[in-house]
Design a protein around this ligand. Structure first.
Ligand code: NAD
Length: 270
């Protein structure tokens, strides 16, 4: 059994993590933390997640991490540094999914990873990580002879564009076929007006927004007389929570270091 500390247990991802953990035979929710003053402090983490009572109270006392072995952090970048300190102090392995990290936050994560094992990925979905890998492999096979375009769609409340995952897919294309141009010179965000003919070097990135779409990403590879479309669609947060739970099982007992979902999935060994 891998014993989990869920940070931000009353948040959207925190609740999804508790639900997924309750369905998984190899993990146990051992502790649940929330920010001080959150309305669900004192409530049962299982009930807040919409499941059964599990006897784990959501608390705001940061000393209450026992008997957890792995911290799963989907909170906000502003608290990532203090969460890393907590993990190091209590010798907890870490699964970090929180996005929007500043340079300073990133340095703190790297510092923590020198002392405890940390899996850090902006997208924990197993499917998206396979898509990233497939994209690199296809780009390496097709070379510069196919035109690469990336289209993403998210719900109307999303604040940033393009998504971090779309950018990661574009980086995957770049890593697949060599070019002297730096990535930021290759990425072409949307087109309008007299945009000119397409250059072979560019990678088009297009962001659609609307409704309640959790997250769709398509990589289009267009050649003469044919095209390939690789698509991933997330229909619920379970996709991210499930990946995070697998990462927690994988990271327990590892040596200190910074890992990502490629390591968890063993993609480099395939
Ligand atoms: P949310 O706002 O619903 O939940 C965040 C929770 O963290 C809140 O309940 C908040 O009270 C809590 N929190 C804040 N400070 C805290 C502290 N000091 N200690 C404990 N808890 C604290 O947000 P969300 O939709 O669940 O997303 C959370 C983060 O996860 C975001 O950064 C989001 O971008 C990221 N995310 C990552 C992935 C991925 O696959 N890596 C997927 C989805 C979301």
């Amino acid at each position: 059994m891998t014993k989990l500390l869920i940070m931000g247990a009353a948040g959207r991802m925190g609740q999804a993590l508790v639900r997924c953990a309750l369905d998984h035979p190899e993990v146990l929710v051992a502790a649940a933390l929330e920010r001080s003053g959150h309305e669900n402090v004192g409530d049962d983490a299982g009930l807040i997640a919409g499941c059964r009572e599990i006897g784990v109270t959501i608390c705001d006392n940061r000393e209450e991490t026992k008997p957890a072995e792995v911290m799963i952090d989907f909170t906000t970048h502003a608290v990532v540094r203090e969460n890393m300190d907590l993990a190091v102090k209590n010798r907890l392995a870490v699964v970090l999914g929180t996005t929007g990290l500043t340079g300073e936050d990133r340095e703190a994560v790297k510092g923590a990873a020198r002392k405890v094992p940390v899996v850090w990925a902006p997208n924990m979905s197993l499917g998206v990580n396979v898509l990233l890998d497939l994209t690199t492999r296809a780009a390496a096979i097709l070379g510069g002879s196919y035109d690469m375009e990336i289209v993403e769609m998210h719900h109307k409340h999303k604040l940033d564009a393009p998504s971090g995952t779309a950018l990661a897919l574009a980086e995957s294309v770049v890593s697949g076929y060599p070019s002297d141009l730096p990535p930021d010179k290759r990425f072409r965000h949307g087109r309008e007006g007299h945009s000119g003919t397409r250059t072979p070097e560019e990678i088009g990135i297009h962001a659609l927004r609307g409704g309640d779409v959790v997250g769709d990403h398509t990589v289009i590879m267009a050649g003469d007389g044919e095209r390939i479309e690789l698509t991933h669609k997330a229909s619920s947060r379970n996709a991210f929570a499930g990946g995070a739970i697998e990462a927690a099982i994988w990271v327990k007992g590892r040596s200190p270091g910074l890992y990502n979902m490629r390591h968890v999935l063993g993609l480099d060994e395939l």
